[in-house]
Ligand binder design. Structure first.
Ligand SMILES: [Zn+2]
Length: 82
């Protein structure tokens, strides 16, 4: 069942099911609200989520990880000329 939550910052988080929704919310929190990571439970998220009408949910393509990588800082071994 598709879910949606409008964050206090105005960001809209969606997911096609509970698992995707929660992981998308956690990814958003990790980037913009790190102080809330771990403080908000899955039950809290689902309780506040808005259930999208089935018809409109079916017309939307599945959301594949909303820029979950933002804020990540890949520390791959940089080439070094020495
Ligand atoms: Zn937010």
């Amino acid at each position: 069942m598709a879910l949606r939550l409008v964050c206090t910052c105005g960001y809209v988080v969606q997911g096609v099911d509970d698992d995707e929704f929660c992981s998308n919310v956690q990814a958003h929190l990790a980037v913009l609200h790190p102080e809330l990571v771990g403080a908000v439970t899955r039950e809290d998220l689902l309780a506040q989520a808005e259930v999208l009408a089935l018809g409109s949910a079916l017309q939307q393509p599945p959301v594949h990880g909303l820029q979950g990588g933002a804020g990540r800082d890949p520390q791959l071994g940089a080439e070094q000329d020495s």
